[in-house]
Write a protein that binds this ligand. Structure first.
Ligand SMILES: C[S@@+](CC[C@H](N)C(=O)[O-])C[C@H]1O[C@@H](n2cnc3c(N)ncnc32)[C@H](O)[C@@H]1O
Length: 384
């Protein structure tokens, strides 16, 4: 494992869910560890503990105190705050939504910490880049001397046959407050602050143009060559007797008369975003359904959903969704291995987590490979 930093990477993982960011750190190959994770969802925490052997702190992040954070002396923060404040379903309430409080609270604490991290990675939905919360985030980081880079990226850009366009911010503290400045009124302090403020204003004036939509980012690799998508079939269980509980109930299909279903076959190129509604009665817009019969028939169901009934439509299984999200999935309970003295963690679900909960947790999660590449980029690569 490699690390571009002199000191070992010690991460805090906020809004940890089932640990997508933790797996991303592992997959990046950067030498580092997660000192503590934070999430108030007990189902997610049970899965997290099952796999990583450490239960996340379930205190609401909105109520964390300086000491809760400072005691870990972490030099890297990984965050995936709730996305509802930035979605239509959440009425675009942005920083006025109570679900944004956790993130805003962390940003308020950040300048007061004894140990300010050197690296930050944050994930959210597309549209976060247009929010007031993003403005607060970028300004807070800029004034502390972070260089910020923002992205809108989808796993298909990484050769993975799944669309999941997400906002990412990575930041590295390049203009730390010099240790020699002890007096917050001194000339040196005022100059350092003014330089940070000016850089931040210039950055924010770019608006959406600051957000990079290509990978690798310009200037860091060959972004001209087209990426080949891995075959979708390699992510799919082809057993003819797949779990019958994954079959889409006919009554749910027949209720959707004037909508197009998103149906793929194992020969298809790619799949759509799996959301936390996947596997429920919300068949439209929650993720692709897999056609397992009459594979020569191409149907969307618009106007005549009964035509879909012979097509053997089923949901992707939790295992298949986890593999498309590039989790190191295993069927075996908490398969932890030591490689070169380092623990490696895989993802499995404890028997108490129902299939529906597994799909919900995975739908809330993220693509581990995209995170891994971004972590490598911010920790050991270069930022424009
Ligand atoms: C988008 S999900 C993050 C999923 C995670 N990255 C993963 O890989 O599973 C947001 C998570 O934040 C948690 N959460 C939301 N608000 C919180 C708060 N105020 N305090 C602690 N956890 C919170 C939710 O329980 C949820 O698991």
């Amino acid at each position: 494992m490699e690390s571009g930093s002199d000191s070992p990477i010690v991460c805090l993982e906020f809004f940890s869910g089932i640990g997508g960011l933790h797996y991303g750190l592992q997959q990046s190959g950067v030498a580092g560890r997660v000192a503590m994770s934070f999430d108030m969802n007990e189902h997610a925490n049970t899965v997290y503990e099952h796999n990583f052997g450490q239960r996340p702190n379930n205190k609401a992040i909105d109520y964390l105190e300086l000491q809760d954070i400072d005691r870990h002396r972490a030099n890297c923060w990984l965050l995936s705050p709730p996305c509802q404040p930035y979605t239509r379903g959440g009425k675009y309430l942005d920083d006025q939504d109570p679900r944004a409080r956790g993130l805003l609270h962390l940003l308020a604490l950040l300048p007061q910490l004894k140990t300010i991290p050197d690296y930050i990675l944050l994930e959210n939905v597309m549209n976060f880049e247009n929010s007031r919360s993003r403005g607060i985030l970028v300004r807070t980081l800029g004034l502390l001397g972070f260089r910020v880079q923002e992205f809108l990226l989808s796993p298909v850009q990484f050769g993975i046959p799944n669309h999941r366009l997400r906002y990412f911010l990575v930041a590295r503290r390049e203009w730390s407050r010099p240790a020699s400045i002890s007096d917050g009124e001194s000339k040196e302090f005022l100059e350092w602050s003014a330089a940070n403020e000016q850089r931040t204003d210039v950055y924010l004036q770019q608006g959406r143009d600051a957000v990079c939509t290509t990978w690798p980012p310009p200037g860091t690799g060959d972004s001209s060559s087209a990426v080949c998508l891995a075959p979708l079939a390699s992510y799919i269980d082809t057993e003819p007797n797949a779990d019958p509980s994954l079959l889409v109930p006919s009554e749910h299909i027949l209720k959707r008369r004037n909508l197009e279903f998103d149906i793929v076959r194992s020969s298809s190129q790619t799949t759509s975003t799996f959301t936390k509604g996947y596997g429920s009665r919300h068949l439209i817009g929650s993720g692709s359904l897999l056609q397992t019969a009459q594979l020569d028939v191409v149907e969307t169901g618009f106007g005549s959903p009964e035509k879909l009934l012979p097509l053997g439509l089923r949901f992707f299984s939790p295992r298949e969704v986890a593999l498309l999200h590039h989790f190191p999935y295993t069927n075996y309970s908490s398969d932890r291995q030591a490689v070169n003295g380092n623990q490696t963690y895989s993802l499995s679900f404890p028997p108490s987590t129902s299939q529906r909960q597994q799909l919900q947790l995975l739908g809330n999660s993220l693509n581990v490979q995209v995170v891994a590449d971004l972590i490598r980029h911010v920790l050991i690569g270069t930022i424009r």
